[in-house]
Design a protein around this ligand. Structure first.
Ligand code: NAD
Length: 476
């Protein structure tokens, strides 16, 4: 998506990496070892469809094995190529290190437009791709664990898990070979929404510190902030939905493949999603104004811009016209290295991809742990917790009775307090904690070191230090 004379996606990631390592004092050679991609496997395979054999090209790239398994999504898109999967695999390494998910970085992709195929055809293609990867241990519970990305979701992950199980009938941990599965196939509550939820938690943490808000020249809280989101897929939809329903933000722009919707009032995200499912795009949606040149809406006036579709959309051709003072990179690599420089100079604050969309891999980590422990989170503690809470409620009830009209428990308190945490509550708590802690580690660098002028550099510094420490501990 980047314009001419701009580096490729992978080069862009490398440039940003280089900016950060220039501030570090790594032993000679280690910088290069961390930066380069260890291996990329390309596979071309045939599937018999509609009376003839169709050949597909897929990739699985492993960026760093300083921790194993390695982890990263599988993308289905016509834009998939080696450069892209390598860039995405590198981002996975830094992302996992930043949020302390104990994985190395990997990524996969299949060059395909999934909308061109029937469900049963996609199943055949996915199973065949999974077979090709699994037979080389590029899908494996202890070596390489994929997840959903653009163009894939729970359905594809369930096929992959099943394919792996068929090939490894005695592997008791087979379900842990892939994450993002449906609940009934070994998934975890809260995974589908996790990346969007993580974007929400990231913004909440941003707005907790006045210094950060000041840097963006903003004020107040998320309440009433005007938001433009690009891509109403898994990540963009959930982020926009939670921000508007729970934080009072106004969704004033939605950019999709076929154009954009803009409105003075907040757009009903669920209604747009339903419209896209029915009509294949946003055009004709009655609750907002349609703009044919969708990308131009990235340049509209707003408080928060959330690119949540694809890479390179904010580049040298439009960066100087971007008005949003705060950009949160829900997609991977939406801002090119050149655009990043222009925006930094303008004072735009960018919450970087490797942090902003880490909610997905965080909950994937929880799912993997759940699969390996073979038990749902909260199953052992929930009722015990409820019983202990009941003791407190009983005491408070005695007090309530004794004090009569002078005091009583607030409405709903009993019900809320009595409820022990189930899997979903625990997943949300773990995700919130992870997003806050990781943000705080970036914030410390951002405000604590004059040479660190942006959150992206701060994020790289924190994660590269962790990766370097792993290599050192291994004796490399
Ligand atoms: P998705 O396939 O669910 O959604 C992508 C959306 O973007 C779709 O609605 C699509 O129509 C729209 N889109 C495609 N091309 C567009 C264009 N040119 N202009 C505007 N909209 C366009 O994908 P997703 O899983 O939401 O992933 C989106 C981004 O988030 C990707 O960069 C991905 O790598 C990143 N990401 C996803 C996850 C995850 O858990 N799914 C985790 C981390 C990062």
């Amino acid at each position: 998506m980047s314009v001419k004379n701009e580096p490729s996606f992978r080069e862009s990631v490398d440039l940003m990496f280089n900016r950060a390592v220039a501030l570090m004092d790594l032993p000679p050679g280690l910088e290069e070892k961390i930066r380069v991609c260890n291996a990329t496997y390309t596979v071309r395979f045939g599937v018999r469809l509609r009376g003839s054999i169709h050949t597909f090209t897929g990739y699985r790239s492993v960026h760093s094995e300083h921790m194993e398994p390695v982890k990263g999504g599988i993308r289905y898109s016509m834009g998939v190529n080696q450069d892209e999967v390598e860039a995405l695999a590198a981002l996975m390494t830094y992302k996992c290190a930043l949020v302390e998910a104990p994985f190395g970085g990997s990524k996969g992709g299949l060059r395909i437009d999934p909308r061109e195929y029937e469900e049963h055809e996609l199943e055949l293609i996915t199973r065949r791709f999974a077979y090709e990867l699994a037979k080389r241990d590029l899908i494996h519970p202890s070596q390489n664990v994929p997840a959903p990305d653009m163009g894939t979701g729970e359905r594809e992950m369930a096929w992959i898990a099943d394919q792996y199980s068929r090939m490894n009938t005695t592997d008791i941990n087979a379900k842990a070979c892939v994450t993002g599965k449906p609940l009934n196939a070994g998934g975890i509550s809260g995974r589908v929404e996790a990346t969007g939820r993580g974007v929400q938690y990231a913004l909440q943490e941003f707005f907790r510190d006045k210094r950060d808000i000041d840097k963006a020249g903003m004020s107040g809280t998320l309440d009433g902030k005007r938001v433009i989101v690009q891509g109403l897929g898994n990540v963009g939809y959930h982020a926009a939905k939670f921000l508007s329903e729970e934080d009072g933000s106004q969704i004033v722009g939605i950019i999709e493949r076929d154009g954009a919707l803009v409105s003075e009032k907040s757009i009903d995200v669920d209604a747009v999603r339903d419209w896209i499912v029915k009509h294949g795009g946003v055009k004709g949606f009655p609750g907002a104004t349609y703009v044919e040149n969708g990308v131009s809406v990235l340049e509209e006036d707003c408080d928060i811009l959330i690119p949540a579709a694809l890479e390179g959309v904010i580049n040298l051709s439009n960066a100087d016209r971007i008005k949003a003072p705060l950009i949160i990179e829900a997609a991977n690599g939406p801002v090119t290295a050149g655009a990043d420089e222009i925006l930094r100079d303008k004072g735009t604050v960018i919450i970087p991809d490797m942090y902003a969309n880490a909610g997905g891999v965080t909950v994937s980590y929880f799912e993997w742990v759940k699969n390996l422990s073979h038990i749902r989170f909260g199953r052992m503690q929930r009722r015990q917790e409820e019983a202990r809470h009941q003791l407190v409620i009983d005491e408070l009830q005695r007090l309530d009775d004794y004090l009569g009209d002078a005091w009583s428990m607030s409405p709903n308190f009993k019900q809320k307090y009595l409820q022990g945490a189930g899997e979903l509550e625990l997943v949300r708590s773990g995700l919130d904690d992870t997003m806050r802690t990781a943000y705080q580690s970036m914030r410390e660098r951002w405000h604590g070191d004059d040479k660190v002028t942006d959150l992206r550099t701060a994020a790289y510094l924190v994660s590269i230090e962790k990766v370097a420490a792993s290599y050192r501990a291994k004796g490399l």
